[in-house]
Design a binder for this molecule. Structure first.
Ligand SMILES: *[C@@H]1O[C@H](CO)[C@@H](O)[C@H](O)[C@H]1NC(C)=O
Ligand SMILES: *[C@@H]1O[C@H](CO)[C@@H](O)[C@H](O)[C@H]1NC(C)=O
Ligand SMILES: *[C@@H]1O[C@H](CO)[C@@H](O)[C@H](O)[C@H]1NC(C)=O
Ligand SMILES: *[C@@H]1O[C@H](CO)[C@@H](O)[C@H](O)[C@H]1NC(C)=O
Ligand SMILES: *[C@@H]1O[C@H](CO)[C@@H](O)[C@H](O)[C@H]1NC(C)=O
Length: 238
């Protein structure tokens, strides 16, 4: 991966140089916000009206994907943290890399409750290009799981798998939301454009249902594998 990243950084540097500085400025202060609601909570599915909800925020674009265990995260004492990924940067990278995260309203967290509704917001207020508008690939991608440690395994059964749900587009200002058919157990954040979508065809995800349990007949592992080979093919052909 280190090598792949180095190749990718090099090719990005070559291809995106004219826009690089501008893109950096626009994305550096860009929050990704996830809000979680219990299945019977009445809050509206709107970022502006839900600031009392259990909230996770990051302004970082991770170098590596990172899994967050739902109960561990929200029942811990910390309301902010930094996952240091500096050593995972390629050789030519500079500065501090990692994930700064922040939590809000953890005092409302009930570890027994069924948090099955999510509001996702990743929005650029004044987009300067079409690529920064809702419906285009965003800086990070989020996937949500019913199993601990970002797995599809149903924690209450040895034989069932849960689908996972993905968001990877810039959202509208109010965000977008969904109700999952299970109690959320974990979520995963990775760089969107950078790591995955360079070589990906088709559209970004708005609460997309994926995984072995869905009719797509693709396991998440197989899909990730397909993304990596597609990206690799494009890198190699550049
Ligand atoms: C990003 O989120 C944090 C935590 O909620 C907040 O303090 C900060 O003002 C937000 N930044 C922007 C640009 O919205
Ligand atoms: C959380 O805070 C409580 C009380 O301050 C302390 O007893 C406990 O050890 C802390 N837990 C962790 C994981 O730091
Ligand atoms: C992150 O790790 C690097 C080395 O791996 C270290 O130099 C740096 O101080 C760390 N940053 C923080 C905030 O801990
Ligand atoms: C899952 O399998 C393990 C060992 O095979 C067993 O001990 C456990 O009771 C099973 N759990 C459920 C929920 O079926
Ligand atoms: C949690 O809520 C979802 C959505 O309402 C529901 O489908 C699921 O069965 C619930 N899970 C549990 C463990 O209560």
């Amino acid at each position: 991966m280190q090598l792949l990243r180095a190749i990718r950084v090099a090719s990005l540097a070559l291809t995106s140089f004219p826009l690089g500085i501008h893109a950096q400025v626009v994305t550096s202060n860009q929050n990704l916000t996830l809000r979680f609601f219990q299945s019977d909570q009445q809050d509206s599915c709107d970022y502006a009206n839900s600031n009392r909800a259990l909230t996770f925020t990051t302004s970082s674009i991770p170098v590596l994907g990172q899994c967050f265990d739902f109960v561990d995260l929200f029942s811990g004492n910390a309301t902010q943290g930094f996952i240091n990924q500096t050593r995972n940067q390629g050789q030519n990278a500079w500065g501090e890399a990692g994930i700064h995260w922040q939590l809000e309203n953890t005092d409302t967290f009930d570890p027994q409750a069924n948090y099955s509704r999510v509001l996702y917001r990743q929005h650029i207020t004044n987009p300067t290009t079409d690529e920064q508008k809702p419906g285009h690939y965003a800086d990070r991608q989020v996937t949500i799981y019913g199993g601990p440690k970002c797995t599809e395994a149903d924690p209450n059964s040895n034989t069932t798998l849960f689908p996972w749900y993905g968001f990877s587009c810039w959202s509208e200002d109010k965000g977008s939301c969904g109700t999952l058919p299970y109690k959320i157990a974990s979520f995963y954040i990775r760089a969107g454009k950078d790591e995955q979508s360079q070589g990906r065809m088709g559209t970004c995800w708005v609460f997309a249902e994926c995984g072995a349990a869905t009719s797509l007949l693709l396991s998440s592992r197989a899909m990730v594998g397909a993304f990596i080979s597609a990206s690799l093919a494009i890198w190699l052909s550049m």
